[in-house]
Design a binder for this molecule. Structure first.
Ligand code: TRP
Length: 363
């Protein structure tokens, strides 16, 4: 049998999802889901991982689990095609993590570049929670429990996937071929990460520079109108710069050729619009209006679907519960293989018992 192609990926529920998530991963995820190229797809809400640096704020995580689930469904993730579940409900992941911890050194974790920057960002200094420090190991458990071959994530997650691959290789070397080595699938998108509306490098809830998938049409329009452009482009006739100009970065991410015919017929394409802006004579407001049309077109169906799903919240929890059930079955099967490989499957190993009987002089 050819190896199954299995996708696994997830998000920490620390806030509602925004258009940075959308262009960075969600849009692609839905395409992958609908491509028919994968045998199984697991999408999960990494609440246990979110708690590693939010241990004092469990309510935030709890509230955002449902927000993320709604954002998933609104974007087109479909529970009949993808198993959607919550990390903390799969205790098998803890057990795997516990065993993998023996395969990783403290210094290897200290060298993980993502962990390094995150520790600096969070000002943990010397008081780093052990759970946070070791989350790359638990992430390896997330991935391997489902025998994922393909992990679609952003570039910042590269060190995590590399660390997971090392754990798999080490496990298989010591205990025999058991685990599947995952591959990263990076976004095929040049304009990433999507900057915040204020022009800062990244959208982040704490900076208040996000456009959320659940924002109302008015909120989106307001945010687009106040977006950062070229600060030296003061009068319409002045030449404008494209570098660092958020409005144009967003157009690169969202604009399709047909948008010109629909919303800005006096320009044939984005290149001509950019050229005019650079020459001078094109005002920010006109470009922002165009971007607003495109953002509304993109976000309206998502917002409307979200509204529909919001009408039956118990059904969302039910869907997640079912997803957790399926996910647990898969993780438990992997764990069986792992225990067997590690020789800690004492009670279902008749050979072991026979061997011990002999050793102690029995028949
Ligand atoms: N660390 C990921 C993030 O912050 C979330 C995550 C947890 C994840 N476990 C994973 C992603 C396993 C992919 C595979 O976005």
């Amino acid at each position: 049998m050819a190896k199954e192609k299995i996708i696994l990926t997830g998000d920490r529920p620390t806030g509602r999802l925004h258009i940075g998530h959308y262009v960075g991963s969600l849009r692609r995820r839905v395409e992958l889901q609908n491509s028919g190229l994968y045998d199984k797809i697991f999408i999960f809400i990494a609440d246990a991982q979110a708690l590693t640096d939010n241990m004092e704020n469990p309510e935030k995580v709890r509230q955002n689990v449902i927000e993320v689930a709604l954002d998933y469904l609104a974007c087109g993730l479909d529970p009949t095609k993808s198993t959607i579940f919550i990390q903390s409900q799969i205790p098998e992941l803890c057990e795997l993590t516990f065993y993998y911890m023996d395969l990783v050194t403290v210094s290897r974790l200290q060298r993980n570049p993502t962990v390094k920057t995150e520790i600096q960002m969070r000002n943990f200094e010397t008081s780093i929670p052990v759970g946070f420090f070791t989350y790359p190991i638990s992430q390896a458990a997330d991935i391997t429990a489902f025998r994922a071959t393909t992990v679609p994530v952003g570039e910042d997650q590269e060190p995590m996937i590399e660390q997971a691959r090392e754990i798999v290789r080490r496990f298989n070397y010591i205990y025999g071929e058991t685990l599947v080595e995952p591959e990263i699938l990076l976004p095929d998108n040049a304009c990433l990460p999507l900057p915040g509306t204020d022009g800062k490098a990244k959208m982040s809830k704490s900076l208040g520079n996000c456009i959320y998938l659940s924002d109302s049409a008015d909120e989106v329009q307001k945010k687009v109108k106040s977006m950062y452009t070229d600060p030296d482009h003061l009068r319409v006739q002045d030449p404008g710069k494209l570098e660092g100009n958020t409005v144009f970065t967003y157009l690169d991410a969202f604009c399709r050729p047909e948008h010109f015919g629909l919303y800005l017929p006096e320009y044939p394409n984005l290149d001509e619009l950019k050229a005019h802006y650079q020459r001078g004579g094109l005002g920010d407001m006109k470009v922002k209006k165009f971007l607003n049309e495109i953002m509304q077109e993109t976000l309206e169906p998502i917002r409307n679907r979200r509204k529909e799903f919001e009408k039956d919240i118990p059904a969302i929890y039910d869907m997640l519960k079912k997803g957790c059930g399926t996910a647990r079955e898969t993780a438990a099967a992997t764990l069986d293989d792992v225990r067997k490989a590690m020789k800690i499957n004492y009670f279902d190993d008749a050979e072991l018992i026979a061997e011990q009987v002999k050793k102690f002089g029995g028949e």
